[in-house]
Write a protein of this length. Structure first.
Length: 336
């Protein structure tokens, strides 16, 4: 995609397409390197490892299992082939980061359970979640006193982060149309202005509310699996530190200042996850730092798909390379 001028029909068309794609995304809600997915239709091309990969067998300090993976679509591996498990509506991939971690640790069968589910919120860990293809039992039901390792990738949907992404697309669409039809002046960051209306940071308030829910979940995890090592897994970077780097991918459909706003809010989300993990005595897996340079605008090196994803993959979600990178980050934390 080439850079577009700010305003006029071309920018408006770009914003329309971006809004449509992001709205759709928001509804989903033993080797010496991470295992690579096969290339082909619906798969992201595997790239070189960006961090220390798993070894063939766990060290004595690493939990021998059972390992239970809890989480949302960033954990389940939405649309990354092959899709496995039941219910199919949870969209779990056989090469998502829990599966890669389990393989690296030599855990299989009863020693590994992945109960993550696309579109999950914290309430779906304690209650049943309905999907388009069956119901997923409460995720915490997979825990027991025997569980020795738990990863939790949750909170983004509670904070409404995908809705924020979609709202930014809508706000920029409105601005583009206004500029095109009426020639009105452009706001530097219409989305940021929208969420700051009324004098309160509405996104921060949602993030804080999600933190309260996560704290309750982590307490329940500890109660059900008192001997387990627990890790909260953060979200990989969606955008580069310099928003202008996204111009070739996003054009002028979203103002650079609003891209910066989205990056800031994702950092707040990850900061909340880290704080709640520490307060609960759990570990935190930082996936944002190792994903720097692998954001949605990084071309073939990306870990997260852009609003216009590769065929078969989910917009604004990790691809196979992203799952490999997240697995490497989890393994570093577990082995540490």
């Amino acid at each position: 995609m080439h850079r577009r001028s700010s305003g006029g029909p071309a920018a408006a068309r770009g914003a329309v397409l971006l809004a449509a794609v992001l709205l759709a995304a928001g509804c989903t809600g033993g080797t010496d390197r991470p295992v690579a997915a096969e290339s082909g239709p619906g798969r992201a091309a595997a790239g070189p490892s960006t961090g220390p990969g798993p070894s063939a067998s766990p060290t004595p300090a690493v939990p021998a299992g059972p390992y239970v993976a809890l989480g949302d679509s960033y954990t389940s591996g939405l649309r990354i082939e092959p899709q496995v498990g039941e219910p199919r509506g949870c969209a779990r991939s056989a090469v998502n980061y829990p599966s890669l971690v389990a393989k690296a640790l030599g855990l299989a069968g009863a020693s590994f359970r992945d109960v993550s589910c696309s579109a999950a919120r914290t309430g779906d860990l304690t209650g049943s979640q309905r999907t388009d293809d069956g119901a997923n039992p409460p995720q915490l039901d997979a825990l027991s006193a025997d569980t020795r390792l738990v990863t939790v990738g949750i909170g983004g949907n509670d904070a409404g982060f995908m809705e924020v992404v979609g709202e930014c697309a809508r706000q920029n669409l409105v601005q583009s149309l206004a500029q095109s039809l009426a020639g009105s002046a452009a706001a530097a960051a219409p989305c940021r202005d929208h969420y700051a209306s009324g004098g309160a940071d509405q996104v921060r308030r949602k993030v804080d509310a999600a933190g309260e829910k996560l704290a309750a979940v982590l307490a329940e995890v500890r109660r059900r699996a008192p001997q387990a090592r627990v890790f909260v897994v953060g979200y990989p970077a969606l955008l580069p530190a310099d928003p202008s780097a996204c111009a070739p991918v996003l054009g002028a459909s979203v103002a650079p200042a609003d891209l910066g706003f989205l990056g800031e809010k994702e950092r707040e989300l990850n900061g909340m996850l880290a704080e709640r993990a520490a307060a609960a005595g759990a570990g935190f897996v930082d996936t944002a730092t190792p994903s720097a340079g692998h954001d949605m605008c990084a071309g073939a090196a990306r870990w997260v798909e852009p609003p216009f994803p590769a065929p078969g993959l989910a917009a604004v979600h990790p691809n196979a390379q992203g799952q490999q990178g997240m697995a490497a980050a989890v393994l570093r934390a577990v082995r540490g």
